[in-house]
Ligand binder design. Sequence first.
Ligand code: ADP
Ligand code: MG
Length: 238
Amino acid sequence: MSRVVLKNLKKSFGAVDVIQGVDLEIEPGEFCVFVGPSGCGKSTLLRMISGLEEATSGTIGIGDKNVTHSDPSQRGIAMVFQSYALYPHLTVAENIGFGLSLKRMPKPEIASRVQEVARVLQLESLLDRRPKELSGGQRQRVAIGRSIIRNPKVFLFDEPLSNLDAALRSQMRIELTELHERLGTTMIYVTHDQTEAMTMGTKIVVLNRGKIEQVGTPMEVYQNPVTPFVAGFIGSPK
Ligand code: ADP
Ligand code: MG
């Protein structure tokens, strides 16, 4: 697990200032949620942390390294994509181990790492199935497994539950919270859903129009909103 530190981070697309100077410290092991309305810049901020998007100015630190200009593969992060990013022709075991086989890790070693990850995610009995033979929740767990196997220092999630139905979404919220407790890894989680933010986060970052409105625990943000925007946004779950 690693600390993540953003200093005066900015991003412009042409003349549009999408992220307008974000300062933030995320402690090791935290489950930090970026929440705010659609278009406020959550994904852009996350993509800058992952390195998929270059910052216009400011710095990004992960652990004790300044990674502002590092390649995504050098940042020690894992971006968890939605379950539809699985390879349909590969088994669960092959999907989970895919990244390691690209790195030419010996097969027995990959197999034992896959077993370990499958145990954590309770996928042991499903390793020979293909994605189409899995439920939505199981597929989501395989997508997470593909990231866990690389032992990332920080997990990044961008609305991973948004295309699941309501029942599965609430089940996956619980599973992700439990996974965080088990792994203890720093997680940064983007959502526009206030309920999701408040139930999952240890730290809530409320964003609006490319700026941080408030940072705090769910209780602090709920009980002491520091701006009318926060009061309105957090106080009116959909
Ligand atoms: P959110 O994830 O909070 O919905 P985004 O980070 O996706 O918001 O987008 C924030 C703003 O930046 C939006 O106005 C969006 O249209 C704009 N934007 C995002 N990516 C690009 C891009 N590649 N080029 C131009 N504008 C972009
Ligand atoms: Mg987004």
